[in-house]
Ligand binder design. Structure first.
Ligand code: FE6
Length: 502
């Protein structure tokens, strides 16, 4: 009837009016000593920017919705009766930030435990490490993102925090948890609490900006754009882009990649190469990477690293310099690894996980480009005309991946048609019987190469000669020294003169 119709159309996606009423007696709990220390560590040093409290609370809310959905698949009577969405409302006058989810919610022991466990087990180790290694936010250690730690980030911006929560399990009571972060919190039973969790933060004077819609909108778009549940800010849906990289690689169309590429690269062109891959060893990674049609460095603009690091669809580090080596900075895209703990902040990113991630990613990218070159050599030559400078930079700087990078190099040669290029593999494959060397000639352009006496001699003997036009080419061959057992030798070197083949 029209009641149903009217209810369906009146969902305004704002947080439920504060109709909660505290009914039970308020039990006061002192924060355990280590909780207090953890609170001020988190509030003062674990996170680099205050704004990430928004990311942390949204992630907790999304995890709570995910937990509800998983529980519902096994226990049918567990339900919140509300949509699986996250709602944030701001109140400028009251200087309030409110976030609500209709997720699995917390019962009394969870409410106390979540704060307790973090304060007891997780943090004791953490605090000892901190003490041992001095200073908060010790480089090596940080608490893996779990429910509780993210919540602590509210202490960076709030002077009074209220949490209304009710578990989705039938017959659960609603509770109201409050604190002023000074050392104790109270818990009391409450009526009219919606299933899920609602967190009401009274913002500190130095955090007033977090009651501004523009500010929160941009923070959500920056960190939580791809969270798997709709986020409504003052009733308006904010995150509308799907985390393309989490979809099945075969189900994503080129058009979807083009749209996603334009969004994350803030570009108008199309990607000339697309890589969408997932792996779960040596660590869980899902990633979409693109090579743009054109790169801006030609116009002198220094390219910032184009790959952003996510963990479970939440941004950890934009334009992360740690994911790919500098010479691959032209690549745009997303790398998402759930093995990167969520709550690590910029400086705390664990370098050992990051270096493993970097190894996997670099090899995978070099293999991807080699695969593309083999699939369509002509198209790769065009790519190399534009991006060869980056590959050559890699040949000169990345000794670890020398072998893979050398396969990506292209040069003109005495046997290649005008301005088409060959690979070192091509050269080796068609070298003379018993030839042990790859010969090259440093020359500004083809015309001079053709007139050189060396070329005459090499041609007569049927030995191919690479033409190296770029000054950087000399550095490249000096760094490489050899390729698949062939020494790289200049045509005018004494070694060439003594070669029986010539
Ligand atoms: N949204 C949401 N939903 C769920 Cl199910 C949980 C469980 N833990 N946390 C973190 C947390 C822990 C203690 C207190 Br007090 C508040 C708080 F948000 C959650 N947050």
């Amino acid at each position: 009837g029209n009641l149903l119709w009217s209810r369906a159309y009146t969902t305004d996606h704002t947080t439920t009016e504060d109709q909660e009423v505290v009914t039970g007696s308020e039990e006061v709990h002192e924060f355990k000593t280590e909780t207090k220390r953890l609170l001020d560590i988190v509030a003062n040093s674990l996170y680099s920017e205050k704004e990430i409290f928004v990311r942390e609370l949204i992630s907790n809310a999304a995890d709570a919705l995910e937990k509800l959905r998983q529980t519902q698949s096994v226990e049918s009577d567990v339900d919140s009766g509300k949509p699986l969405e996250i709602r944030i409302t701001l109140d400028r006058e009251k200087n309030q930030f409110i976030i609500q989810d209709f997720g699995i919610g917390m019962n009394l022991e969870e409410l106390n435990a979540n704060l307790g466990t973090i304060a007891s087990s997780g943090s004791k180790k953490f605090l000892e490490k901190m003490d041992k290694e001095g200073g908060a936010g010790s480089k090596k250690e940080n608490i893996i993102g779990q429910f509780g730690v993210g919540f602590y980030s509210t202490f960076m911006v709030g002077n009074k925090i209220k949490v209304y929560t009710k578990s989705a399990f039938p017959g659960s009571k609603g509770y109201c948890w409050t604190t002023d972060g000074q050392g104790s919190y109270t818990v009391a039973e409450a009526e009219n609490v919606a299933v899920g969790t609602k967190i009401v933060i009274e913002l500190r004077d130095d955090a007033k900006s977090y009651s501004s819609e523009l500010e929160i909108d941009s923070i959500i778009k920056k960190y939580s754009n791809f969270v798997g549940y709709p986020i409504f800010l003052n009733g308006k849906e904010v995150n509308v882009i799907e985390a393309l990289w989490t979809k099945d690689t075969k189900s994503v169309t080129p058009e979807q990649h083009q749209e996603f590429y334009r969004f994350i690269a803030n570009a108008w062109d199309d990607p000339q190469y697309t890589l969408h891959f997932k792996t779960d060893s040596p660590l869980a990674i899902s990633s979409v990477l693109y090579v743009p049609e054109k790169h801006m460095e030609l116009l002198g603009e220094q390219t910032k690293p184009g790959v952003s690091l996510y963990s479970r669809k939440v941004l950890i580090q934009p334009e992360s310099a740690g994911i790919l080596p500098h010479y691959l900075r032209f690549i745009k895209g997303v790398v998402d690894s759930e093995d990167i703990p969520l709550n690590v902040s910029r400086e705390l990113l664990q370098d050992n996980i990051l270096s493993r991630l970097r190894m996997v990613m670099t090899s995978r990218v070099l293999k991807w480009l080699d695969g593309e070159a083999k699939k369509n050599p002509k198209k790769y030559d065009e790519f190399f005309m534009d991006y060869g400078q980056f590959i050559k930079e890699g040949a000169c700087t990345d000794a670890m991946h020398k072998r893979e990078i050398s396969k990506l190099l292209r040069f003109e040669s005495s046997k290649s048609e005008n301005n088409s290029m060959i690979s070192l593999e091509d050269y080796a494959a068609r070298s003379q019987e018993g030839q042990k060397r790859i010969y090259y000639l440093l020359t500004p352009k083809r015309k001079y190469a053709e007139e050189s006496p060396y070329t005459e001699m090499f041609k007569k003997k049927g030995v191919e000669l690479l033409y190296l036009y770029d000054t950087v080419d000399e550095f490249v061959v000096n760094h490489l020294k050899e390729f698949q057992g062939f020494d790289l030798i200049s045509a005018d070197s004494p070694d060439a003169a003594s070669d029986p083949l010539l």
